[in-house]
Design a protein around this ligand. Structure first.
Ligand SMILES: NC(=O)c1ccc[n+]([C@@H]2O[C@H](COP(=O)([O-])OP(=O)(O)OC[C@H]3O[C@@H](n4cnc5c(N)ncnc54)[C@H](O)[C@@H]3O)[C@@H](O)[C@H]2O)c1
Ligand SMILES: O=C(O)[C@H]1O[C@@H](O)[C@H](O)[C@@H](O)[C@@H]1O
Length: 270
């Protein structure tokens, strides 16, 4: 028996959304794929909802008859304020309003390391460390982490906020030797978040079983996520092609890496 009748995946055409589209099939009778463009190739267990997250009415309508939402849509990087505001802040508010109005039980939200990006790596923070965003993008993640806490405390909607580190086909630089989350582990993490008996409001880091461990994820042990992959097989190739890093640079010193060296995204180049 699948856990859910209908799961809505936002950002379903994206890098991670398209992995979840395949990986979450056993968990729901129906998967509703949300995206800005039609998908065009729907399987029998799939349906689509085409809308922009900035559109409140359409976003709320897309949550109807869903018992869980996997919310991975929105700006995936630092970018201009208006885009962060519309896609990630307003868009996520619309998702939570949909969840409240339509009785959705649980939301899994793609937060990010950039919610806490200005912590130094040797601080070895846990999931309850104070937020310390490194970008407007990080601030939007803080907003949704806080919004989801309100919707749990006041309206009883459970959320797992996944502070994903670097989820790509394979590690691409030295930082990813410790920040890597394989696609398969990302799917495992969302699956654990959807099936754990009780999550209340949980924050979890999203990171594979890498040799170097810069954070302590034990505060999310109740999810039962056991990462199976590691960046280690990629180490030799990455070290061979990239110089030894300068440990005093913000991009090396802080969890947020290169985001800590970005300026304000709305500044025009001189
Ligand atoms: N890949 C990573 O390493 C990583 C790390 C941390 C957090 N995340 C988060 O995971 C989520 C997915 O990231 P990704 O790497 O798959 O990026 P992606 O850009 O491939 O996916 C984002 C999806 O959101 C959709 N989207 C953006 N704005 C939208 C809007 N206004 N209305 C409707 N849809 C909109 C895009 O069309 C896209 O399909 C994002 O929230 C990102 O912040 C990703
Ligand atoms: O810090 C990281 O590696 C990643 O952080 C995520 O939030 C971003 O979506 C991704 O593009 C970055 O590469």
């Amino acid at each position: 028996m699948p856990h859910y009748e209908r799961i809505l995946i936002t950002g379903a055409a994206g890098r991670l959304g398209s992995q979840l589209r395949k990986g979450l099939v056993p968990l729901a009778k129906t998967i509703r794929l949300a995206g800005r463009e039609p998908f065009g190739d729907l399987a029998p267990h799939e349906e689509e909802a085409v809308f922009d997250l900035a559109d409140m009415e359409a976003t709320i309508a897309a949550t109807k008859d869903c018992d869980a939402i996997v919310h991975f849509g929105g700006a995936p990087l630092e970018c201009e304020w208006q885009t962060i505001l519309d896609s990630s802040i307003r868009g996520s508010y619309h998702i939570y309003e949909g969840a409240r109005k339509h009785g959705v039980k649980r939301v899994i939200y793609a937060s990010s390391v950039h919610a806490v990006g200005y912590h130094e790596i040797e601080a070895h923070i846990g999931v309850d460390a104070p937020v310390r965003p490194d970008s407007l993008y990080g601030v939007s993640k803080n907003f949704v982490e806080s919004l989801s806490r309100l919707y749990w405390d006041k309206f009883g909607i459970e959320t797992v906020c996944l502070r994903i580190f670097s989820s790509f086909p394979e590690p691409a630089d030295r930082r990813m030797l410790w920040s890597y989350l394989s696609f398969a582990d990302c799917v495992r993490l969302v699956e654990a978040s959807l099936t754990a008996p009780r999550v209340g409001h949980t924050i979890s880091f999203g990171i594979s079983d890498n040799k170097l461990k810069m954070v302590d994820n034990s505060g999310a042990d109740h999810l039962g996520f056991i990462p199976q992959d590691s960046a280690e097989p990629f180490r030799a190739a990455i070290e061979a092609k990239t110089p030894v890093p300068d440990p005093t640079k913000p991009s090396v010193k802080y969890l947020g890496g290169w985001f800590c060296e970005l300026g304000h995204p709305d500044d025009k180049p001189a």
